[in-house]
Design a protein around this ligand. Structure first.
Ligand code: HEC
Length: 164
């Protein structure tokens, strides 16, 4: 009987504690990352790859207009995500350097877009590496367990992105 009555009290205390915390950031960065940023970055990274394996060395790069358009569009979207992350809705309650990291993504994505416009595979490849570094820099500071899942490296892209 005593235990039964103690439980609601503990719950009440726990939620009172929560109310003293700073207002939680409402925007779901995790979802944005998982469903938008990561897949879009992969589209960009995967568009130019230098593969060297048992079958020899080969190069994958955009060939058709549609291929290049996809690469360019991915870069443009990454730029928008950078802008979005810089917006008050997302940056509220975070450190002052958050906006700098977000701006970093916007800046590198602008270069990425330009490289795709120029249809320059080497440049796309090179900037792809820089994008990875920009992702990682923010993760080092703001991801709950940076490096834990190496989120920016996935499958085939692992070979092209510098392991930090
Ligand atoms: C301005 C900061 C910032 C930038 C720039 C950034 N991220 Fe993130 N990212 C985060 C934060 C914060 C989390 C952790 C979110 C959480 O777990 O609540 C995260 C988490 C992730 C995750 C894990 C999502 C999950 O389901 O747990 C992936 C994948 C990811 N980011 C990919 C990327 C990629 C790819 C880029 C670059 C193109 C990038 N991020 C750039 C802040 C950033």
């Amino acid at each position: 009987m005593k235990l039964k009555s103690a439980a609601p009290l503990l719950l009440a205390l726990a939620s009172a504690g929560c109310n003293n915390q700073p207002t939680p950031v409402a925007f779901d960065v995790k979802a944005l990352m998982a469903t938008q940023v990561q897949p879009t970055a992969e589209t960009y990274w995967n568009s130019v790859q230098y593969i060297s394996d048992a079958a020899g060395s080969r190069k994958i790069e955009p060939k058709t207009d549609a291929d290049w358009a996809r690469t360019q569009e991915a870069a443009a979207k990454l730029r928008e995500y950078g802008e979005k992350m810089k917006s008050p809705a997302v940056s509220a309650g975070r450190g002052t350097d958050w906006a700098d990291y977000a701006q970093g993504l916007t800046d590198i994505a602008t270069q990425a877009e330009q490289a795709a416009k120029e249809r320059n595979p080497d440049k796309v490849f090179q900037i792809g590496g820089s994008i990875y570094n920009v992702c990682s820099a923010c993760h080092e500071v703001y991801m709950p367990s940076p490096g834990g899942g190496s989120p920016a490296v996935a499958g085939a892209t692992a070979a092209e992105t510098p392991a930090k």
